[in-house]
Write a protein that binds this ligand. Sequence first.
Ligand SMILES: Cc1cc2nc3c(=O)[nH]c(=O)nc-3n(C[C@H](O)[C@H](O)[C@H](O)COP(=O)(O)O)c2cc1C
Length: 193
Amino acid sequence: MKIIGIIASPRKEGNTAWIVNKILEGAKEQGAQTQSFYWGDLDIKPCQSCYGCKQGDRGCVVDDDMQKLYGAIEDADAFILGSPVYMGQMSAQAKIFTDRLFARYSPRFSPHFKEEKGAKKKLILVFDQGNPDSRLFQEYFDYTKKMFQLFEFDVKDVVVVAGMRNEPALERKELHAALKDIGSSLVSERFQE
Ligand SMILES: Cc1cc2nc3c(=O)[nH]c(=O)nc-3n(C[C@H](O)[C@H](O)[C@H](O)COP(=O)(O)O)c2cc1C
């Protein structure tokens, strides 16, 4: 099983990266092949609204590092999208990534998508935030889950890690096992069906 993590935070050693990597560590321990992609290492433009992805069978025609991610997502059984909460929503980086998934949602024209129809890509959404109340943005998290489902992703879990303002994720001992469990569940039966 292949699982990739997309870290849509500008901080390579920040909370989002640490949390996503902990989940991947749990998956790896169960035998999964894992890989992390850090936003700062990638050059990804916002969607140009050119509709090039709908005009042929090439998918997105913007030639940047998103092409690596399209390939990696197709190749993976599941992916984790990690984003810090910025102003009550996903980061701008996560939104750019999400908009670029529009190219993938072109069932009439995308050969990748056609081959895969019926086998929805598994996704875990991860949000981390400074505020200690993990339910503060619940409506937004629910909405975001629904949006990804609408675009044919099989959202297995929405993980919200709150309270980063007081203590970075790395120092929260109780998080280590809980996050690794989420990763191992992705490989084991709980998330398979
Ligand atoms: C621009 C910006 C906006 C933020 N907005 C919120 C917010 O609305 N609610 C919140 O709880 N935390 C907010 N935070 C705090 C981050 O979500 C939190 O520190 C997160 O863990 C940072 O992730 P990182 O370490 O990967 O950068 C914000 C941080 C920044 C830089």
